[in-house]
Ligand binder design. Structure first.
Ligand SMILES: [Zn+2]
Ligand SMILES: [Zn+2]
Length: 178
């Protein structure tokens, strides 16, 4: 199993100006992942995030909630086209950007592959299976203080991303029967 942790740190002395505001905004919203395919809830979540619930945003957010497999923008586009044949790739990108900016969805970067999207806003790490490529969410604290990393004095961590690789339960089961 291989670990990869990305820490975005800012020098605390330079961040004093705006750090308070942004952190408070993020904490103010309770993390809530709506059940799949509940369109009423999907649109309410979009409204609560401060976005206007357009049909396109509902389709894109609905796909991410439905397909909990961390799709890339291209994959979201393919699914969106089935529901809304007139939707364009540019619109899908705009919707994804808006959902990310409003903390409904987060971007996931695994190695050098295309950016993926995840609607699970709970603290979690990503595990990618080296055999089948599936990505799973591992719930748990991924805060750098709890991960055992020593954050030097004067640095303030604003974002951390934990990713692991290995073999998933399905694939290791298959390997055992060979
Ligand atoms: Zn995830
Ligand atoms: Zn697997």
């Amino acid at each position: 199993m291989r670990f990869r942790i990305i820490l975005n740190t800012v020098d605390a002395t330079r961040a004093i100006g705006n750090a308070g505001g942004t952190m408070k905004d993020v904490k103010a919203r309770t993390v809530f992942v709506p059940p799949r395919r509940d369109r009423g809830v999907v649109s309410r979540c979009i409204v609560e995030s401060g976005l206007r619930p357009t049909a396109q945003r509902e389709v894109v957010y609905g796909i991410l909630l439905d397909k909990l497999d961390h799709p890339t923008a291209d994959e979201v586009f393919l699914h969106a086209k089935q529901e809304k044949p007139d939707i364009s790739m540019a619109t899908v990108y705009n919707c994804l950007d808006a959902l990310v900016k409003h903390h409904l969805v987060k971007q996931v970067h695994l190695d050098r592959a295309a950016t993926r999207y995840c609607p699970n806003m709970h603290e979690h790490a990503h595990f990618q299976c080296e055999t089948c490529g599936d990505i799973s969410d591992f719930e748990g604290a991924s805060k750098p203080r709890q991960s055992g990393f020593k954050v030097p004095r004067g640095f303030k961590v604003t974002h951390s991303e934990v990713s692991m690789r290995g073999v998933c339960a399905d694939c290791s089961g298959k390997e055992k029967t060979k």
